[in-house]
Design a protein around this ligand. Structure first.
Ligand SMILES: C[S@@+](CC[C@H](N)C(=O)[O-])C[C@H]1O[C@@H](n2cnc3c(N)ncnc32)[C@H](O)[C@@H]1O
Length: 190
């Protein structure tokens, strides 16, 4: 169950998010919606909190991860399950984009700034770097960005680690490192 990877967010992430106003969450790469549901259950502060998720649910993009092969039918089932979980957790406070992140992220200026952004889409170095660069300006001051699959040793996750190393160098001085687990967490300076 993917949610267990996010259990530490309950102590290390959600308490750092703003209180007294609606929180905004962005997830790049929704998959089956497990994290969207987890945030909806444990990270929400008010009934006006919002969730934005992006995923093209294409068999082709799954195949770009060497450890994942998916048929069109499986990808279709992922989208169906994700939409069902998001509907239950977020109701009408969720917006789901069925498209690739590099197309959607430049269109999100009206939904931002986000308080928490999870980068978990295309797991190539170029893909993660592009998502990081496009998403960072959408992150609130004091907001948190988390890269999933940073700390695993599979080939794809070395690609994530390389991208995070390059990106954090680019934004040096603009963030504080929060944690290095299976995920890498950083908080944007206020
Ligand atoms: C590991 S799964 C995401 C899991 C999800 N974040 C969770 O924790 O439950 C990776 C997802 O990224 C999606 N993806 C691949 N390329 C993408 C892209 N260019 N833009 C957005 N999502 C992408 C895949 O379709 C897949 O569903």
């Amino acid at each position: 169950m993917a949610a267990r990877w996010y259990e530490h967010w309950r102590e290390e992430v959600f308490p750092l998010l703003p209180t007294g106003r609606p929180r905004r969450f962005l997830e790049i790469g929704i998959g089956m919606g497990d994290t969207a549901r987890f945030i909806g259950k444990h990270g929400k502060e008010t009934s006006d909190d919002t969730y934005v998720g992006i995923d093209p649910w294409e068999a082709e993009t799954h195949r770009q991860r060497s450890d994942v092969t998916a048929t069109i039918e499986e990808v279709g089932r992922n989208e169906e399950r994700a939409r069902w979980q998001i509907k239950r957790a977020w109701g009408s406070n969720a917006t789901v984009f069925n498209n690739r992140s590099h197309v959607v992220l430049p269109l999100l200026s009206r939904q931002c700034p986000f308080d928490l952004i999870l980068v978990d889409g295309l797991h190539t170095t170029e893909g993660v770097l592009q998502d990081s660069r496009l998403a960072w300006p959408l992150l609130a001051d004091g907001g948190i960005m988390i890269w999933d699959d940073w700390g695993k040793m599979k080939r794809d996750h070395k690609a994530v680690k390389a991208a995070v190393a390059m990106f954090t160098e680019e934004v040096e001085g603009q963030y504080k490192e929060l944690f290095r687990t299976r995920q890498y967490g950083a908080q944007k300076c206020q």
